[in-house]
Design a protein around this ligand. Structure first.
Ligand SMILES: [Zn+2]
Length: 70
């Protein structure tokens, strides 16, 4: 069995053993790590995870409380 993981950015194989894997793990290189970080800032991942029911309820509570203050 190969002990390899795929870089989430470029899908290149990255070695899993600590002595072999790059500091940028799970990314193959520092460059890919920064690319992934950039995706977060660009908002690419914001819509990937829907608001959970818990969050939704909390938001409704805040909105209701604000309306009550009016
Ligand atoms: Zn990569």
């Amino acid at each position: 069995m190969s002990r390899l993981s795929l870089c989430p950015v470029c899908r290149k194989a990255v070695a899993l053993p600590a002595e072999l894997r790059p500091e940028s793990f799970p990314f193959c290189t520092e460059r890919c790590r920064l690319v992934d970080l950039g995706k977060w800032f660009d908002g690419d991942y914001v819509l990937a995870e829907p608001i959970s029911p818990d969050n939704h309820e909390a938001i409704e509570e805040v909105l209701a409380a604000r309306q009550g203050e009016g």
